[in-house]
Design a protein around this ligand. Sequence first.
Ligand SMILES: NC(=O)c1ccc[n+]([C@@H]2O[C@H](COP(=O)([O-])OP(=O)(O)OC[C@H]3O[C@@H](n4cnc5c(N)ncnc54)[C@H](OP(=O)(O)O)[C@@H]3O)[C@@H](O)[C@H]2O)c1
Length: 254
Amino acid sequence: MATVPYSIMITGANQGVGLGLVKYLLASNPRPHHVIAASRNLGGEGSKELEELAAKEDCLSVVKLDVTKPDTFAAVVGEVDGIVQENGLNVLINNAGIYLKKGLEDVTVEDMQLAFSTNTIGPLMLTQAFLPLLKQAASRLAAKPLGWQRAVVINFSSRFGSISDNTSGGSYTTRSSKAALNAVTKSLSVDIVKDGIIVCAVHPGWVQTKSGGPNAPISVEQSVQGLMKLFAGLDQNSNGGFFRYDDSDTQLNW
Ligand SMILES: NC(=O)c1ccc[n+]([C@@H]2O[C@H](COP(=O)([O-])OP(=O)(O)OC[C@H]3O[C@@H](n4cnc5c(N)ncnc54)[C@H](OP(=O)(O)O)[C@@H]3O)[C@@H](O)[C@H]2O)c1
């Protein structure tokens, strides 16, 4: 990888694509000064691998974050502020998400609320909370072009969030909450580009993870490799875009 940001925060980083991004960054050369990996469950089996990595790697910090609990975000921002200090935060990756396999017959109000709380409201409110640190990074690097070395917010959407791509129906929770996340992404991209921060949505592919299941065609490593190439190439033309992990030239339709 040619360039990396000074600091990067990834939500839902204890497994799946989030953990894959952490591992890729730790293996990169150069690597970021600060990789901040968030997990909602620290101290348990589910975050063991991440916490073992953090014990070995100076540049990796682990923070506790449940994206459905916005009243805790100010404390998390304070913790991250203490790590990055006057440099601010360059990259926020809203990766945490859930997939509930619910159809018309069995979807419930609670399912819809949990999906929106996790996949849509969490990323929006977390971005709002981190805005001062993102702005700080962007203004310190005002001489740099827009991009991930300066300040970027990346929202993990899904191809399921594309309304025009929906030919098979179903998946009410994921389709609607990710479509709403796309709308959030677009508004953020209009609102904060003036502060030197670009925002985009990505589809990581159908990946072999807890969400993607064992029949998914691509591995975490394949997804992460494509995503990292995409992230490193983000520029002013990427602002407000919706990109596939493997083809940064072709935007997905909303
Ligand atoms: N895999 C795919 O095929 C696919 C396709 C399209 C889009 N995506 C999107 O890509 C992103 C990563 O997916 P993945 O496949 O890596 O999924 P995954 O393996 O299921 O991991 C999801 C991560 O999100 C975390 N998470 C869920 N709810 C959370 C909450 N309330 N607060 C904090 N963290 C929370 C999980 O934490 P726990 O370990 O504690 O559960 C886990 O770390 C998600 O946004 C997903 O919707 C995935």
